[in-house]
Design a protein around this ligand. Structure first.
Ligand SMILES: CC(C)(COP(=O)(O)OP(=O)(O)OC[C@H]1O[C@@H](n2cnc3c(N)ncnc32)[C@H](O)[C@@H]1OP(=O)(O)O)[C@@H](O)C(=O)NCCC(=O)NCCS
Length: 185
C-alpha cells in the first residue's frame, strides 16, 4: 500500500513555491484560507498546513489540511467517555481544515490527507499528551466524511467530532501488520 511506485501524492509543509491561486474545493472560505492565511499562520505557529502534491504536477496544490494544538472540554465528551477523565480541558490535536481540489475529488485524496494528519498525531503523541484528534466539519456533508472514519460527535457541538488516540493507534497497528502480511505473501 505504501509502495513508492503506487504512491500518487506527497504531503509536504506549505511553501511559497507552490501554486495556491488555482485551488478550488468549492468552499470559498477554505479556498481563501489557503490563499491568504495558511502560510503566515504556518510561520507564526498558529496552525501548520500540509499540502498534497502529485508527481505529475509537482507545484500544484491538490489538497491540504491544517493541524494545531487544541483542547476538548470535559462537558463536550459523550457521557460514556467522561468516566475516569479529568474535568479540566483535555489535550487534543485539531484538524481545523481539510480540503481537496475539485479536479481530483473522489480519487482517495481526502482519505489520504486524513491518514497523513492522523499519522502526525501519532508521532506528536509520543512526546506530548494528546488524548484525541478533533475536527471541525464545515457543514453536515463534511461531518458525514468524518463519520465514515469512526469520528465521534461531541454532545454539545453538532459539527465537531473527535477520534481517541487509542482508536487511532489500533487502526495504525492493524494497517502496519496488514502491510507486513502483504510484503511476506
Ligand atoms: C470531503 C472531501 C475532503 C473528500 O475528499 P475526496 O478526495 O473527494 O474523498 P475520498 O475520495 O478520499 O473519499 C473518501 C471516502 O469518503 C467518502 N466521501 C467523500 N466525500 C464525502 C462527503 N462529503 N460526505 C461523505 N462521504 C464522503 C467517499 O465516498 C469515500 O468513501 P469510500 O472509501 O467508502 O468510497 C472533499 O469533498 C472536500 O474537499 N470537500 C470540501 C471541503 C470539506 O468538506 N472538507 C471536510 C472538512 S472541513
Amino acid at each position: 500500500m505504501d509502495n513508492e511506485a503506487e504512491k500518487r501524492w506527497n504531503f509536504v509543509p506549505i511553501h511559497q513555491k507552490y501554486q495556491r491561486e488555482y485551488f478550488d474545493c468549492g468552499y470559498p472560505v477554505l479556498n481563501d484560507y489557503l490563499k491568504k492565511y495558511a502560510r503566515q499562520n504556518h510561520e507564526k505557529g498558529i496552525a501548520k498546513t500540509f499540502i498534497a502534491i502529485s508527481q505529475s504536477e509537482p507545484l500544484k496544490i491538490e489538497g491540504y489540511y491544517t493541524v494545531s494544538a487544541s483542547v476538548i472540554e470535559f462537558d463536550s465528551l459523550p457521557k460514556s467517555y467522561q468516566k475516569g477523565m479529568p474535568t479540566y480541558p483535555i489535550p487534543a490535536l485539531l484538524i481545523g481544515k481539510l480540503a481537496v481540489d475539485n479536479s481530483v475529488k473522489g480519487q482517495g485524496l481526502g482519505g489520504e490527507l486524513l491518514v497523513d494528519a492522523l499519522f502526525r498525531a501519532v508521532k506528536a503523541s509520543q512526546e506530548i499528551g494528546i488524548f484525541a484528534v478533533r475536527v471541525d466539519a464545515i457543514d453536515l456533508r463534511a461531518k458525514e466524511f468524518y463519520l465514515k472514519y469512526e469520528f465521534i460527535p461531541f454532545q454539545d457541538q453538532p459539527l465537531s467530532l473527535f477520534l481517541p488516540m487509542k482508536t487511532i493507534f489500533r487502526e495504525f497497528i492493524q494497517f502496519l501488520f496488514s502491510d507486513k502480511r502483504e510484503e511476506k505473501s
